[in-house]
Each structure stands twice: as C-alpha cells, then as structure tokens.
Ligand binder design. Structure first.
Ligand code: ADP
Ligand code: MG
Ligand code: ZN
Length: 475
C-alpha cells in the first residue's frame, strides 16, 4: 500500500594529514584543544587556506561515481550558532559543489542491480565537539576544521535493504579510493537519513523526516523500522498531517525510537553567502586528469572476478565488498586453491569465525594458510568436515595445517585396500539390502556410503567410497 522513499546524506572524513583550511594535524585522541591554531579556533582576522589534498580526494570521488567534477566551485558561509563552532558559521559549499550528478549501483542477492543517483558531493569543515559532564559542558576544538565530504543521494532508495546496500557500497568505494578510513565507530563515516512514505503509485514526494548522525548499520536499520512504522500508523489513524512534518529527529538507542530534536531549518535560515576569505576553486586540467587515475573499484573488480574466476555475480559482489577481502581471495587463488572453494572458505567459514575484534586484516589465519587448508581438501587429504575442525583449531592456536591434521588425526583414508575392507564388512552385514540394490533400488547407495563412513569414523574418503561401492555392487 505504501511506498518508502529514502534519501541519504553521508559525511565522510577525508584522511588528509592536515585540516581543510589550516596546517593543524587531523590526528585524533590527543589532549583536548592541542591541535588548534588561530584559523580553526575562529580568531578574528585569521585567514583560511584551502588544503589541495582534500580537493584531490573530492575529485577522485567524483570520477569514481561517474559524476560531473566542476572546474569551478565556490565555498559559502553557512551561518548558525553552536558552542563547538567558534566562528559562528561553517565553511561549506552551497550553490556550486565540487561534484554533482553522479551514481552508484547496488547489488541484490538474486544478481540484479539498481542505480541510485547521487545529487552532489561537496567539501566542508567539521565542527568541534561538546562534552557534557556533570554540571559543566566543555568544548574540544581538535576536530574543528577537519575536512569532510558530504555526499547527498537522490530520493531513489525504496526500502531499508536498499538503504543499507547503498551505504555499504559507498563505504567500500571510499575505502577502495583510500580517501577516508570510513571508520563508523569513530565517526568518520556518518549518515543523516531522510525518510517519507507515500501511497503506492503516487509520484509526488511527501513530507520527509530527517534522522541525524547515525553511525552504525544496525542503528540505521532500527531507526528506519521505527520511523516508517510511525509514519504509516499516523496515516492510518488519520493524523498524518499533525504528526508527520518536516523536522529533525534523533534515534534513541535505549528505547529504539526516534525523538523530535528540532524543526527542520530551511536553507534560507542559514543565510548562505560566498565565503569572502576564499577565492573560487578553479581546477586545472591536470588536476582533473590526475583525479581520473583511480584504483580498480568494487564494480570493476566484481566483473573481473566473475570473468576471471567464474564466480557467481552475488558471490563476487560479497568478496569485492571490501578491498581486504578481495585481496585475501586473490592471494588464496595465487597460492593454488580453486576460486570457488577460496570464496566459500573465506566469506563463510573464516568470516564466521572472526570474533573478538579480529578482522580479515588481523585474522590469525592468513590467506596462505587458508589456501593450504583448502588445498588439503582438494587433494583428498581431509574431508570438508575435518577441515572445519582444523580451521577451528588454527583460529586459537599458532600452528600449520599439516601439523594440525596429524595432531587431530584427521587424515582421510583413500587407500583402496583399507576402504575395500570396510566396504566388504558392511556388505556382508547387509546381504539383503545389497540384493535389493542389485534389483534396482539404487537409492540404497546412500545408505551404504553412510554405513561405511560411520565404520571408518568419518575418515574414509567419501568420493572413493562411492566409487568403490558402485564397483563392488555391480560386480
Ligand atoms: P537539506 O540540505 O535541507 O537536508 P536536500 O533537499 O538537500 O535538503 O535533501 C536532503 C536529502 O533528503 C537528500 O538525500 C534527498 O534525496 C532527501 N529527500 C528529499 N525529499 C525527500 C522525501 N520526500 N523523502 C525522502 N527523502 C527525501
Ligand atoms: Mg540535510
Ligand atoms: Zn588550525
């Protein structure tokens, strides 16, 4: 009945060494108010100077999303008061952003994809931080002036699933480009979520609500679930006009609800005007061309993995969703494991076992080791089931694959003589079933294989057992 309409505004912190308009370092975790200077403190008379690296990163982002990179863009003052904004205005871009009219594609499980338009991406400075303690509030300006790229999507997103896929895709593009560490916990990738509903088939946009400053996929999901439900209920109860109006809301983690924070400002209220202390940003042809030299991006890598390694579209999308995972996969294949098994053992088995803050980069089992485990399955030394035990062991203990196979006694029996001994024992204990099989009840093969595996305590090579059983039963 209802259609969901979502548009996302994402702020990423660019990983430049210094701030956007001064030479203070952007490093964090330092003592409060130590990485500051007259410019980022907003002292009168201090003049901002634009950081070229921040501009370069914005340009490469523009190329990565197939957007227009404007040769000329300008900075504006966005006026508002807040204690963590000493100048009384934020330097941002308004009427001419550096990047406009781009796109990215999200991939669904069934292999289909959808285009999401990106309205614009503009450069701006971050504010400081207010810290509220007992009866005092403190201001730390170390973060003030950190370069941000704000990326605004078109209202093209139609479900929570699509919103998460969009966020993840953008996250991976930014990481591939190495323009931000995009660490969500540390706030270097944060999101304002705009959401509205409308009767299915209706083309006009209804009133949107903005949920500010979300920095976890899980909370974005929960906030959207709650907010969509709230709007639908208001509609069904006939109080949509009273309860859904343009406003900014905050997600409350404890109650799982969104709460009104303030009425939404109109852009007119910010009294935007061109920043008089900065010249327009004019990009040289060289800078624009240089910006085109970007690394292979997730979509291209995905296509290459499909072609080169014959992975399924969706599996390739999963593997290439993060650069570290893609590199891990390629290293496994280079070590001689098959692509199909490498993909599964990496994205299912290893991923599923990474806990306690371990990531692909810090995994106790590296690509080489996981490849040698996969190769031991592929050469018939151990079964897939035994390999899981080996992996469990290696996640907790420093050792190598062959040592663990020996230690845990997991080597498969592939020797014909030993296997035939087992087979003959099972067949003579089940003479009538063997007779039934010979009379056409071929389903019984599974029964015999199961019995043999059991008799071997799981160590018989199942493929060999299958083959030898068939031979025996047809002789
Ligand atoms: P502002 O800068 O005031 O937040 P914008 O017009 O730039 O406003 O839009 C911000 C975001 O809201 C964009 O991502 C846009 O796609 C989204 N948006 C606009 N209208 C709607 C709507 N009716 N429903 C959901 N999202 C919307
Ligand atoms: Mg906004
Ligand atoms: Zn400074």
């Amino acid at each position: 009945m209802f259609e969901i309409v979502i548009g996302l505004e994402i702020h990423i912190q660019l990983n430049t060494k210094t701030k956007i308009f001064c030479s203070c370092p952007t490093s964090f975790g330092e003592k409060a108010n130590t990485n500051v200077c007259p410019v980022c403190l907003g002292l009168p008379g201090a003049l901002p100077v634009l950081n070229k690296e921040a501009v370069k990163k914005a340009i490469s982002f523009g190329h990565a999303i197939n957007a227009t990179v404007h040769k000329k863009s300008i900075f504006n003052r966005k006026n508002y008061f807040y204690p963590d904004l000493p100048k009384g205005y934020q330097i941002s871009q308004f009427e001419i952003p550096i990047v406009e009219d781009g796109e990215l594609y999200i991939d669904f499980k069934d292999g289909s994809r959808k285009r999401i338009g990106i309205t614009r991406a503009h450069l701006e400075e971050d504010a400081g931080k207010n810290i509220h303690e007992d009866e005092y509030s403190k201001v730390d300006l170390n973060r003030a002036g950190t370069p941000l790229l704000e990326i605004v999507s078109e209202p093209d997103i139609r479900s929570i699933e699509e919103a998460i896929l969009y966020l993840k895709k953008l996250h991976s593009i930014v990481r591939y480009l190495d323009i931000s560490d995009a660490n969500m916990q540390e706030g270097s990738f944060r999101c304002d979520v705009n959401v509205s509903i409308r009767p299915k088939g209706d083309k006009k946009l209804y009133t949107r609500v903005e949920i500010k400053n979300m920095n976890s996929f899980k909370f974005i999901q929960k906030a959207l679930e709650y907010e969509i439900e709230r709007q639908i209920e208001a509609w069904e109860d006939g109080v949509y006009d009273q309860e859904v109006y343009q406003e900014t809301r905050l997600f409350d983690i404890v109650s799982g609800t969104t709460k009104s924070m303030r009425g939404k400002e109109d852009s007119a209220e910010y009294r935007y005007f061109p920043e008089p202390d900065l010249l327009p940003v004019i990009l040289s042809e060289d800078m624009i061309e240089d910006g085109k030299k970007i690394p292979e991006l997730p979509d291209q890598k995905k296509e290459r993995f499909v072609k080169e390694f014959k992975l399924k579209e969706y599996d390739a999308a999963v593997i290439t969703s993060s650069l570290s995972m893609a590199n891990f996969f390629e290293e496994m294949v280079n070590e001689g494991a098959t692509a199909k098994n490498s993909a599964t053992w990496l994205s299912v088995e290893l991923q599923g076992r990474l806990k306690n803050g371990f990531t692909i980069e810090t995994s106790p089992v590296n690509a080489k080791k996981l490849a040698s485990l996969v190769k031991r399955i592929e050469d018939g030394t151990i079964s897939g089931k035994a390999a899981k035990d080996v992996l469990d062991y290696l996640m907790d203990n420093e050792s190598n694959v062959d040592e663990v196979i020996d230690k845990l006694g997991l080597k498969q029996v592939s020797d014909d003589g030993a296997l035939l001994e087992i087979i003959d024992k099972i067949l003579s204990a089940n003479v009538d079933k063997a007779e039934e099989y010979k009379n056409g009840k071929e389903k019984l093969l599974g029964f015999f294989v199961g019995q043999c595996m059991k008799a071997s305590k799981g160590k018989a090579n199942p493929a060999k057992i299958n083959q030898l059983l068939k031979d025996r039963l047809s002789s």
